[in-house]
Design a protein around this ligand. Structure first.
Ligand SMILES: Nc1ncnc2c1ncn2[C@@H]1O[C@H](COP(=O)(O)OP(=O)(O)OP(=O)(O)O)[C@@H](O)[C@H]1O
Ligand SMILES: [Mg+2]
Length: 261
């Protein structure tokens, strides 16, 4: 009888006993333990202010907690490992304005690959490819700050994809997208075979993409289980100010009335 090979590689991400308090005294993380294995796609959900963005920002050292540990691919986050960890973790911010600062979209997308020291031919190829992946091929000469909110989100994702990170951390990737681009985003994320941690209020995205769901409440992980178990449980979701994904609300079987009349 053959058995599955044992994977001895370290987890992609490990957070241990993480606490974080903002300078004004707001306690945003209150003892978070989380392990994510290579290739997993995990949704991080929770009400506004539950600590999702704060947690994600620990993963590439944007925020540093004086307590606890952050370990990425076996490497503990510290001042000396920060550069290497930022190479491994591609972070797409909740607010794309935090990510776009160059005069043109192409320059923004080229920034990361140039920083990695790649040859110019490779940089240009990555820029082309990343813009194509997010559907912004025609936008390379546009001024990032003058894009629409959705276009900015896609451009911000392209800046990260161009670096080909081993781990993708996305904060509300569909919040500004129209239905067409949201669908493209879901298909794109599904096609990228790297570890992904996605903070989202889009529970339909979580349902479609993420086999595992983590629920955060007031800076603590209160549920960590399969999407099929958590996202189909209306009573449980309600406890955390969440609702069933629309796909599970049986809309098709209910009569649809015209909202205008
Ligand atoms: N720079 C900051 N200074 C002080 N408090 C902050 C700061 N940023 C966030 N907070 C607070 O920390 C807590 C967690 O915020 P965070 O942004 O991590 O929540 P979130 O789950 O990402 O929320 P949302 O769903 O609205 O994006 C909230 O109470 C918030 O008000
Ligand atoms: Mg947030």
């Amino acid at each position: 009888m053959s058995t599955a090979p044992i994977d001895h590689s370290p987890p992609a991400l490990r957070l241990e006993e993480l606490y974080f308090t903002y300078p004004d005294g707001v306690q945003a993380l209150r003892g978070v333990d989380l392990t994510i294995h290579k290739g997993e796609r995990v949704a991080l959900i929770g009400a506004n202010g539950s600590g999702k963005s704060t947690l994600l920002k620990q993963l590439n050292g944007l925020l540093r907690s004086p307590h606890g540990r952050v370990v990425v691919g076996g490497l503990e986050l510290s001042t000396s490992s920060l550069t290497e960890i930022r190479r491994q973790v591609g972070f797409v911010f909740q607010d794309a304005n935090d990510q776009l600062f160059c005069p043109t979209v192409a320059e923004d997308v080229a920034f990361g690959p140039l920083h990695l020291g790649l040859p110019m031919r490779e940089v240009l190829q990555r820029v082309r490819c990343a813009l194509e992946q997010v559907g912004l091929s025609e936008f390379s000469h546009r001024v990032p700050q003058r894009l629409s909110a959705g276009e900015k989100s896609l451009a911000a994702l392209a800046t990260v994809l161009a670096c080909q990170p081993e781990i993708l951390v996305l904060d509300e990737p569909t919040a500004t997208l129209d239905p067409y681009h949201r669908r493209r985003m879901i298909d794109l994320l599904r096609s990228i075979p790297v570890t992904q941690l996605i903070a989202t209020h889009d529970l339909d995205l979580a349902w479609e993409l993420c086999p595992r769901v983590v629920i955060l409440r007031q800076g603590r992980i209160v549920q960590d289980n399969s999407a099929s178990l958590l996202l189909s449980n209306a009573e449980l979701l309600k406890q955390y100010q969440l609702e069933l994904p629309l796909q599970l609300q049986g809309l098709a079987s209910s009569p649809i009335s015209d909202p205008v009349t």
